[in-house]
Design a protein around this ligand. Structure first.
Ligand code: DI6
Ligand code: FE
Length: 415
């Protein structure tokens, strides 16, 4: 990636239109012919350029030449750290095998577990850093990274350390989530309870005590963990003061949406098979729906999440890449927006809000990022488009021109 310039004390981005994503006003919270003043890494002023107050002293500035600025993208659900990839399994699925077939044969998640255990810490960093840099060049300024390909204490903690160190090395805020309950490791094949004990009594307390995790997650599914087992994981997370997330109702409806809501989870994720009751429980609890259209697309899922119910009941919807080697090898945040619209029927504005304002809320960073507002981090993406709806429209364009993270300007990926 091109080098980040030093954080100038004061920086003026002018000649732009700004999709602030502040709710309640114009579509996209749009401000036309605007400017943004950044001071000390934060937004100090945003408004119409004609109203710009006289700025005293030297100011570095950049003319956006009519481009659009959005908040930096917040990818609130990724499995970015993993060893190897699963392109051969992709071919098997195209030949007729289902994701569940592969999982039952010891492939699927477990094949990535073998590669991840073998990779070592340096190997995991080397495999994962390019993926993070690619997302960053494409406008992502904060993200979540899950463990879940170790399934033993050492490798799970190693994955979390790698997630933390990648964020530090690249200067990108990262939330790390312990997903020890991703699938049952073969060593515990006939000892399910003992594995759930290991997750709840050892992995979670250690990850919390060592400051390695911000949240816990579990995969609530027939090929993974039962609702009762996931409930134990969520309770253990709550006991240690970690946030809760849940992979819920992705392949079948096990009541995961309501389970997440009853445990005060920040989000329930996937939700293709979630019920109306599940959506209602989420609305009551303030649990966000994290939609992952890359996985639905890549698995050729024919059922979409109950988006209309989420809208009607006021469940906020986030959109994320779910970047992982098995079900969503998706390295393009804008393609996730496009899929959210085409496959799940979100509006482009809902999709963009889902990867900015709502994504930030899921990560507990709603006060710090996710909209362009005075006082928030100067995490901005500048796009070579004529309208913010184009961010969800083009397929495979690279319109990211510049990215600012915490006030430091970097190059984007393309135009
Ligand atoms: N659901 C998913 O889509 C990913 N994890 C999960 O619980 C898939 C992970 C993988 O197949 O490697
Ligand atoms: Fe996932």
């Amino acid at each position: 990636m091109s080098s980040a310039s030093a954080v100038a004390a004061r920086f003026l981005l002018r000649g732009v239109h700004v999709a602030t994503l502040r709710p309640g006003g114009a579509a996209y919270g749009a401000l036309r012919d605007a400017a943004i003043l950044v001071e000390g890494g934060r937004v100090a002023w945003v408004g119409a350029e004609a109203d710009l107050p006289r700025v005293l002293g030297p100011v570095n500035d950049l003319d956006g030449e009519g481009r659009w600025v959005t908040p930096g993208l917040v990818d609130c659900h990724t499995h970015l750290v993993f060893g190897a990839n699963r392109s051969l399994e992709f071919e098997e699925r195209l030949g007729g095998a289902t994701y569940e077939d592969l999982a039952r044969r010891g492939g699927g998640i477990l094949s990535t577990v073998r590669a991840t255990r073998a990779a070592g810490e340096a190997g995991l960093v080397a495999a994962s850093a390019p993926r993070l840099r690619l997302l960053a060049r494409r406008g992502v300024t904060a993200l979540e990274i899950k463990s879940g390909y170790g399934l033993d204490v050492d490798t799970e903690l190693r994955m979390l350390r790698v997630a933390r160190s990648l964020g530090m090395a690249e200067g990108i805020p990262v939330r790390a989530t312990l997903l020890g309950a991703h699938t049952l490791p073969p060593e515990y094949a006939s000892r399910r309870d003992e594995y759930v004990d290991l997750v709840c009594r050892e992995m979670i307390p250690r990850a919390a005590a060592e400051g390695l995790a911000d949240a816990v997650d579990a995969f609530c599914e027939g090929i993974a963990f039962t609702p009762a087992e996931c409930a134990r994981v969520l309770e253990a997370g709550a006991r240690t003061g970690l946030a809760r997330r849940l992979h819920a109702d992705q392949l079948t409806d096990l009541g995961g949406a309501a389970l997440a809501a009853h445990h005060g989870a920040a989000s329930a994720d996937h939700l293709e098979h979630a019920s109306e009751e599940g959506a209602r429980a989420m609305a009551d609890a303030g649990t966000v729906a994290v939609l992952l259209p890359g996985a639905a697309y890549f698995l050729r899922e024919s059922v979409a999440p109950p988006v209309e119910a989420f809208r009607r009941l006021g469940v906020p919807m986030a959109v994320a890449t779910d970047l992982n080697p098995g079900t969503s090898p998706l390295l393009d945040p804008l393609l996730a927006l496009n899929l959210a619209c085409v496959v799940f029927r979100l509006t482009p504005e809902e999709a963009l809000a889902g990867m900015t304002r709502v994504g930030a809320r899921v990560l507990g960073w709603g006060d710090a990022m996710g909209t362009v507002e005075v006082g928030k981090r100067a995490d901005l993406a500048v796009w070579s488009v004529d309208h913010p709806g184009e961010l969800a429209y083009w397929i495979g364009a690279s319109p990211c021109w510049r990215v600012m993270r915490g006030g430091a300007l970097t190059e984007g990926a393309g135009a």
